[in-house]
Design a protein around this ligand. Structure first.
Ligand code: AHR
Length: 502
């Protein structure tokens, strides 16, 4: 039995969770849009062609914001192709994923769908093949009230009111050589500065995300962030981070230790943002938008055999297992513990493509990673507290002193509730977690939810959708604010507490 402990104090705060940390991402890629959220003619869709079963699952997660339309896709995207009468919209060769894009579903359909899903749009502009001109036009189309060419074009398409999209990405992964129109840091920094300036002239209420480098492992990492911010510090509000982990080596202990890599990544980007802040004698703080994060590798081999230039093929359809859900939970915990700087994050992606939600012609189901994501979004809102934590550690191939316990404590002052998220990374042993919560009056446990399975590689499929499902347990003890929680081996845990009036 492993033994861990933590102490939390309600006055010792990391920060308030920005709900956009539970964002997601829908790209025109594979079956994310077509067959994922939109399938006209299907008995599972409404009269607009929106999949009702997908909508229900998206609402279950309570996704606050969704990045759209890419991703790599956006770097050769003509937004004008995706609006207006559907019969006039062109089919295009889609260069990022080498498929055919029909443009049947576009910008206006997405904003309609987002309303039904109860979510906001985080829109990306094309800084690969296009630039300032297309960006100033698309924001005029989306956000300007009327009386101008593009705002009136929107009205003529049936949208009298502006979409009022508040958050915009200035391109995507622009240092990646795979990106159509990829750029050097200087080229991108200068373009992001001028594009952002023009966009904010059209609508000064928007917020902008500049591209950080495509990952911590990129040769450009570090210099890219510093150079880009040097150019566009005054016009942007956030810098992006992207990361995907894999277990190609089939080394689960090392795989779960990747939370340490994510933690380092965040700290390095914060340091770079603050370095440029100091250099510029600026009072403004740039925060982080972790707008692509997930596990991605199961589909890599199958994707090599996809026929090119088809419409909406089965692409990036990872089937997630329990250990993936444990890492996704650990990544959410890592970001929560940096909620003072990570304000936006997008689980990439939402439906069918490296996604928590899968669909077929006959239904939709929850992958294993659905659960930590849904739990965090539903119960992880409030103030994240610093904790003093003590727990056993292990060494893995690439990491030393990996804590067996990942944890975050969120206190919600409004309704006097607390949520503890915890991952026990041990594959052999249960863990007792002693929590000293005596600073909080009359706390009691409402429920302890556990996601686990004997088999780390267990998955959910359409025919067996509940193999890995959360259950409620009740083995915990409360001794006057000293709680002893029992965390099963290889488990994701959600402990929900509230203050009881005497
Ligand atoms: O999410 C899949 C792809 O991963 C995105 O299109 C791209 O931005 C990243 O490389």
């Amino acid at each position: 039995m492993l033994k861990a402990s933590l102490i939390a104090d309600k006055y010792y705060k990391i920060g308030t969770v920005d709900k956009r940390i539970y964002g997601s991402f829908i790209e025109h890629l594979g079956r994310a849009v077509y067959e994922g959220i939109y399938q006209p003619g299907s008995p599972l869709s409404d009269e607009r062609g929106f999949r009702k079963d997908t909508l229900e699952l998206v609402r279950e997660i309570d996704v606050p914001i969704i990045r759209y339309p890419g991703g790599n896709f956006v770097s050769a995207y003509n937004w004008e192709d995706s609006v207006g009468p559907v019969e006039n919209r062109p089919s295009r060769v889609e260069l990022a994923w080498q498929v055919i894009e029909s443009n049947e579903f576009g910008l206006n359909e997405f904003t309609d769908w987002a309303k039904l899903a109860g979510t906001e749009t985080m829109m990306a502009v094309n800084l690969g093949t296009r630039g300032i001109d297309a960006a100033r036009n698309v924001i005029e189309y989306c956000n300007f009230k009327g009386g101008t060419y593009y705002s009136d074009l929107r009205k003529s398409h049936g949208y009298e009111d502006p979409h009022d999209i508040k958050l915009w990405c200035l391109g995507n992964e622009m240092d990646g050589p795979w990106q159509v129109g990829h750029k050097s840091a200087k080229e991108y920094g200068a373009l992001a500065w001028e594009t952002g300036k023009a966009m904010k002239l059209v609508d000064p209420t928007i917020e902008l995300v500049a591209c950080g480098s495509a990952g911590l492992g990129m040769p450009t990492f570090g210099d890219w962030e510093a150079t880009v911010l040097d150019y566009c510090y005054d016009t942007v509000d956030y810098l992006s981070l992207h990361t995907y982990y894999n277990n190609h080596a089939n080394d689960s202990a090392d795989f779960l230790a990747n939370t340490l890599n994510m933690d380092d990544f965040i700290k390095s980007v914060v340091a770079t943002c603050d370095h440029i802040k100091g250099k510029k004698h600026s009072k403004k703080q740039i925060n982080l938008s972790f707008d692509e994060w997930n596990v991605w590798y199961h589909s890599n081999e199958a994707d090599k055999h996809i026929e090119k230039w088809t419409h909406a093929p089965h692409q990036l359809e990872d089937v997630y297992n329990l250990e993936d859900a444990l890492l996704v939970g650990g990544m959410l915990i890592t970001m929560l513990n940096h909620c003072d700087r990570v304000k936006i994050a997008c689980l990439a992606q939402l439906v069918n493509v490296i996604a928590p939600i899968m669909t077929s012609d006959t239904g939709a189901w929850r992958q294993t990673i659905f659960y930590p994501y849904m739990h965090a979004s539903k119960y992880g809102r409030g103030t994240v507290l610093h904790t003093i934590k003590d727990c056993p550690v292990y060494d893995s191939k690439n990491y030393t002193d990996v804590p067996y316990l990942d944890s975050a404590v969120i206190w919600n002052e409004e309704d006097n509730t607390m949520t503890i998220f915890a991952v026990n990374k041990s594959f052999e042993e249960e863990m007792t977690l002693s929590c000293d919560l005596r600073q909080f009056d009359n706390l009691a446990i409402d429920e302890h939810i556990v996601l686990t399975h004997e088999d780390l590689k267990a998955v959910n499929t359409e025919s067996a959708p509940s193999t890995v499902s959360p259950v409620n347990v009740s083995n915990d003890v409360n001794d006057n604010g000293m709680f002893t929680l029992l965390l099963p081996k290889q488990s994701w845990n959600v402990i929900r507490l509230s203050a009881k009036t005497k």
